[in-house]
Design a protein around this ligand. Structure first.
Ligand code: C5P
Length: 286
């Protein structure tokens, strides 16, 4: 039996620049691993490649990134199509939330299958195959705190953010990433994007002062359609969050706090609303 934890991410900063000729948008983003994680388990069995996601509505076919990861790695290695493996995905990370749950699962699958197929661990291979599965997948070959450029797949490690408590709120609705990019494009109507450039800290100790310069360009366009987003950000900020922001293209909102008690109290009023959910997590290293 092989097992791996697939930790989610938040974006501490997410600037969306112009659309590129290939249709993707150029980004400057800061990815940060958090403790909230799915768990992937693989056992050998007598039968075709099988994916199970018990207790979740995640797909169990080739529309799941775990399934696509298996096929992409087999093809990269010149192996026959995957068979004889039963993969169980225990989903804890909410979907359509901007927390990269599906991308983290895909990278965990690449790592485990690499182990099973006796491929030496190789970040370059994981990044390359991961990039074919989605723009966020390569980050999970790094983890910790990293700057993403290009379509989010060109990564540079950054000094680690100190460990902080992280309150996560997921409203009753999700956001599709391609919708969110379309909303950004519509809001800009061809005019060039504006905003101060991100200046990464040189040392871990500089992070806390740099959080003030962080922003997420998706937040305004998603909040324009879902005012609950702005309300959740304002609630976490008023409770003393060092940074409160929507993650990725939403719909989850996170707040970073020095201690877990404050984080927990900050999210309680919204987490208790019908359809909302809250998680107390923490930022973590690679
Ligand atoms: O790469 P991924 O499959 O996660 O992207 C989903 C969609 O989000 C893309 O089809 C594209 O419309 C949009 N996207 C983008 N620019 C990026 C990443 C994603 O426009 N940097």
């Amino acid at each position: 039996m092989w097992t791996a934890s697939a930790r989610a991410k938040i974006n501490l900063h997410l600037a969306v620049h112009a659309r590129r000729p290939d249709g993707y948008h150029a980004l400057t983003t800061v990815f940060q691993t958090i403790d909230l994680a799915d768990t992937l388990t693989i056992v050998e069995h007598d039968g075709p490649f099988t994916l199970r996601c018990p207790g979740s509505d995640a797909p169990e076919d080739d529309s799941n990134l775990v399934w696509r990861a298996a096929w992409a790695l087999a093809s990269e290695l010149g192996r026959p199509e995957p068979a004889g493996l039963l993969v169980t995905l225990d989903k804890q990370v909410p979907t359509q939330a901007g927390l990269g749950g599906g991308s983290a699962d895909a990278m965990a699958a690449l790592r485990l299958l690499g182990e099973i197929w006796a491929v030496p661990p190789d970040r370059e291979l994981l990044t390359r195959v991961g990039g074919r599965l989605g723009s966020d997948v390569p980050f999970f070959a790094w983890g910790g705190t990293a700057l993403g450029r290009g379509r989010g797949d060109e990564l540079t490690p950054l000094p680690p953010l100190p460990r902080l408590a992280c309150a996560i709120l997921r409203p009753p609705f999700g956001v599709s990433t391609s919708d969110a990019y379309r909303w950004i494009a519509e809001s800009r109507a061809g005019s060039p994007p504006v905003g101060a450039p991100f200046d990464p800290p040189a040392r871990a100790g500089d992070w806390l002062e740099r959080l003030a310069g962080c922003r997420n360009d998706f937040e305004a366009v998603v909040a324009a359609r879902h005012p609950e987003i702005a309300e959740a950000v304002a609630t976490l900020r008023a409770a003393g969050a060092g940074l409160a922001m929507m993650s990725g293209s939403g719909s989850a909102v996170f707040g970073l706090f020095a201690d877990a008690g404050t984080a927990s109290r900050a999210m309680a009023p919204l987490a208790g609303r019908p359809g909302w959910r809250g998680w107390l997590s923490a930022t973590s290293g690679a």
